[in-house]
Write a protein of this length. Structure first.
Length: 234
């Protein structure tokens, strides 16, 4: 039996944009880290990859007509790991102090993984328990990002920091639209309310665009090393 995809063409375009913008942000940030010779900032770019993979898993889930539950479970796991990776990578960028940034980042990553896996396997909600956990970890990342931004303005632009914070708007709107679709309209999921789905996903696209564009602006104004070609696509 043919599986009918629930998303309209405009909503598909928005989904593809969100993934493309996040991928562009990773590439631009990696290039910027090389340009300003900050090796640990490159690790921050790599820490964004789990969220990219989570977005690809969501695309696969929608391609299946929202039938491949294993992909949505994978997406939740990758989202949690991605938020944890961003928090750890931000801690790694903090200046040396009483505690070693490397050791602190590694400890947070290890403890976070144990906490997340425990919540998944032993919690009643299953993989759905990873979503509030991911949001809590992401909030911790945002707070540490503000601390880092105040201490070192060379790493991120204000636009990029705002883009990361704007994702909270997407989360809040998605929770609200999901409630409307499932509780008030009586639909099985948000995907069945295409207009609401597309509108909430559009906010994620705005967030990702701000992050990528902020890095792009920093890259344009960064000084090129004498031995480095001007092309950032190297």
């Amino acid at each position: 039996m043919t599986r009918r995809m629930l998303l309209s063409v405009p909503t598909w375009i928005i989904h593809l944009l969100t993934v493309s913008e996040w991928c562009a942000a990773i590439l631009l940030l990696r290039r910027y880290a090389i340009r300003i010779e900050r090796r640990r900032l490159r690790w921050f770019a790599y820490a964004m990859i789990p969220h990219l993979l989570a977005g690809l898993a969501v695309l696969g889930f929608h391609l299946s007509g929202d039938q491949a539950d294993g992909l949505i479970t994978l997406s939740r796991l990758l989202t949690f790991v991605g938020s944890l990776s961003l928090l750890s990578a931000t801690l790694l960028l903090l200046p040396e102090g009483r505690f070693s940034p490397g050791s602190t980042a590694a400890a947070v990553m290890a403890l976070g993984l144990v906490w997340g896996l425990f919540s998944w396997w032993f919690g009643e909600a299953g993989s759905a328990a990873l979503l509030p956990a991911a949001n809590l970890v992401y909030l911790g990342f945002l707070l540490m990002l503000l601390v880092l931004y105040r201490q070192d303005r060379a790493l991120f632009s204000a636009l990029t920091v705002f883009g990361f914070w704007f994702l909270l708007v997407f989360v809040a709107v998605t929770i609200t639209t999901t409630h409307i679709a499932t509780q008030r309209l009586g639909l099985p999921s948000l995907s069945h309310a295409d207009l609401l789905h597309g509108a909430s996903e559009g906010l994620l696209s705005v967030s990702n665009f701000l992050i990528a564009f902020g890095v792009y602006r920093r890259l344009r104004t960064a000084r090129v090393r004498p031995s480095e070609p001007a092309c950032w696509l190297k």
